[in-house]
Design a protein around this ligand. Structure first.
Ligand code: AMP
Ligand code: ZN
Ligand code: FE
Ligand code: FE
Length: 312
């Protein structure tokens, strides 16, 4: 099978370093030719809408034995500012991450940033007012829900969100609690999703602005869950804006999705990353981690290892 390598890994081969040597150096594990690595570069904590605290997530990461990982909370780097102690024993395998919510037209696009310094000025510029913006948005959603006849309050939402960034999943949980929705997915289908009565976009930042801020910080910009909202259609524009990678591996992808994304990545010169978008253990995904052929990760690993906050 042809090997789909990102541009960085290809440069490596040109420079004469074997792919296997480069990968073994990055992962600090010996590899055979067919090695799968178990990684997860898309984890959430209670600092955004994950259900596990940073300490609980660290235990889940340790139990899963991930080779490399990143927490990528929505619109905040708080984990890297306040909770690094929780991950102290696994620093060598961790890379910093953030998932920036953006909008273009009616479409919501999530851009992941890796290896970013937690104090990067370019990122602080686009994230600094997010706590307030997200709170204002939640108030607006609650107002729209009340207009639609759902008796829900900001206190109900606040109880779900704790001290972290408020997101729609918190509102969805509150809707389930007051029995206005059967489950989270019903809450999104009936009220919170795009096109619904209580839909409010989360951000005025465009994908191009997020990509620029991540790249300017020295980090690696990656398109999250490319099959969602048909984000793939935007790929050419995103690549022109400086996008470096695509989340090609996810348990939510069919084999066909992954193969298409591998081909696409190779065609447009993007590295491939992998993540489960882990918010909590579920029946379908009880633990973080996705198995990826090591060769497919080579380009991404090389970029994050060269980024300012590789945490190694
Ligand atoms: P927000 O950042 O507040 O716009 O919320 C986005 C988050 O809501 C996503 O990261 C998902 O975790 C979750 N989400 C979005 N759509 C759905 C859906 N249809 N069902 C369940 N969760 C969803
Ligand atoms: Zn989320
Ligand atoms: Fe996302
Ligand atoms: Fe996510």
């Amino acid at each position: 099978m042809p090997i789909a390598l990102g541009s960085a890994a290809r440069q490596d081969a040109v420079a004469g370093q074997s792919l296997k040597t480069a990968l073994e150096g990055s992962l600090a594990i010996p590899l055979d030719d067919t090695a799968l690595v178990n990684v997860d570069f898309h984890l959430h904590t209670t600092e955004s809408d994950g259900k596990l605290s940073p300490a609980e997530l660290a235990r889940a990461v340790a139990a899963a034995g991930l080779d490399r990982f990143a927490v990528a909370d929505h619109d905040t780097l708080a984990v890297y500012e306040r909770h690094t102690a929780a991950f102290a024993s696994m620093r060598a395998r961790m890379v910093t991450g953030v998932e920036v919510s953006t909008n273009t037209g009616e479409r919501e696009v999530h851009i992941l940033g890796y290896g970013v310094p937690p104090d990067a000025p370019s990122l602080h510029e686009i994230l600094c007012d997010r706590t307030a913006v997200r709170r204002g948005r939640a108030e607006r959603i609650v107002e729209l829900l009340r207009k639609a006849g759902v008796p829900i309050t900001m206190d109900d939402v606040g109880r779900q969100a704790g001290n972290g960034m408020i997101g729609r999943p918190h509102i969805a949980r509150a809707l389930v609690d007051v029995k206005a929705a059967r489950d989270i997915s019903d809450a999104f289908d009936r009220y919170l999703g795009s096109g619904c009565a209580a839909y409010v976009p989360s951000s005025a930042t465009t994908p191009a602005q997020a990509i620029r801020a991540i790249n300017d910080s020295g980090g690696v910009s990656v398109l999250a869950h490319p099959t969602r909202n048909n984000a793939e259609e935007l790929l050419d524009d995103l690549v022109r804006a400086g996008l470096m990678g695509i989340e090609a591996y996810s348990p939510s992808h069919t084999e066909h999705d992954t193969e298409r994304l591998r081909i696409l990545a190779r065609k447009v010169g993007l590295v491939m990353s992998a993540g489960t978008d882990f918010h909590a253990p579920t029946e379908a995904n009880p633990r973080p981690g996705v198995d990826v052929p090591a060769e497919d990760l080579a380009g991404f690993l090389k970029l994050i290892d060269a980024a300012p906050s590789r945490q190694r």
